[in-house]
Ligand binder design. Structure first.
Ligand SMILES: [Zn+2]
Length: 206
């Protein structure tokens, strides 16, 4: 069974690069299989090009970023400003979780200036919950992960421990952020110089 698998889930093209790419690179260097998924297409990311052209440009950029990272790239699920905490997106994201079987998820903070970001975080957390529930239907249909416990995602303050090392050093992670309602952990800015914002990661207890 694959165990060292991480997925970064950003709302828009460039979010992973700003918030999570440093962590992904460290995990990749430590031997992890890494995945790259933007929920939205980036179609509103230009005041010059129309939506179709912008969507195509941002898709190429994202694919190139994934290639540079050495990550498995996944296509976006919707357009910008259309990331809502709804059943369609949840079914799609849960299918990806069952396919990829990540043990670590990097995503946005639940506290953020933009709802596309916070909704992405909510969708990622619920998709992680749904991964082992056989009665939850995904789109496309994916079987739940075999042998996986149905416990909630285990929220991690720091990864390295004597019996469970992620291949990263403890000081690569900063102290816990006390985000109300979520016990998720912020990534340290020190994990990568390219991270200018606050991303979050959680571990799925398998
Ligand atoms: Zn964004």
């Amino acid at each position: 069974m694959k165990s060292a698998v991480a997925i970064a889930i950003g709302a828009h093209p460039d979010d992973i690069e700003f918030y999570m790419a440093g962590t992904l690179l460290l995990l990749k260097r430590a031997g992890w299989e890494i995945h790259y998924l933007n929920v939205a297409s980036g179609n509103c990311g230009s005041a010059y090009w129309n939506a179709a052209k912008t969507r195509a440009i941002r898709r190429r950029e994202a694919q190139q970023a994934g290639k540079i990272l050495g990550a498995h790239w996944h296509p976006p699920l919707c357009d910008d400003l259309e990331i809502f905490y709804d059943i369609n997106l949840l079914r799609c994201l849960a299918a990806t979780f069952r396919e990829v079987k990540p043990t670590v998820v990097l995503t946005h903070s639940p506290q953020d200036y933009m709802e596309d970001h916070t909704n992405t975080c909510r969708l990622a957390v619920t998709a992680a919950f749904a991964r082992g529930m056989p009665n939850f239907r995904t789109r496309p249909t994916r079987k739940r992960r075999c042998g996986l416990s149905r416990h909630a995602p285990r929220l991690v303050r720091r990864p390295p421990s004597k019996n469970r090392s992620w291949g990263l050093r403890e000081h690569d992670f900063c102290p816990r952020n006390e985000a109300p309602g979520f016990g998720l952990s912020p990534q340290s800015k020190g994990m990568a110089g390219c991270q200018s914002g606050n991303g979050f990661l959680f571990e799925i207890d398998g």
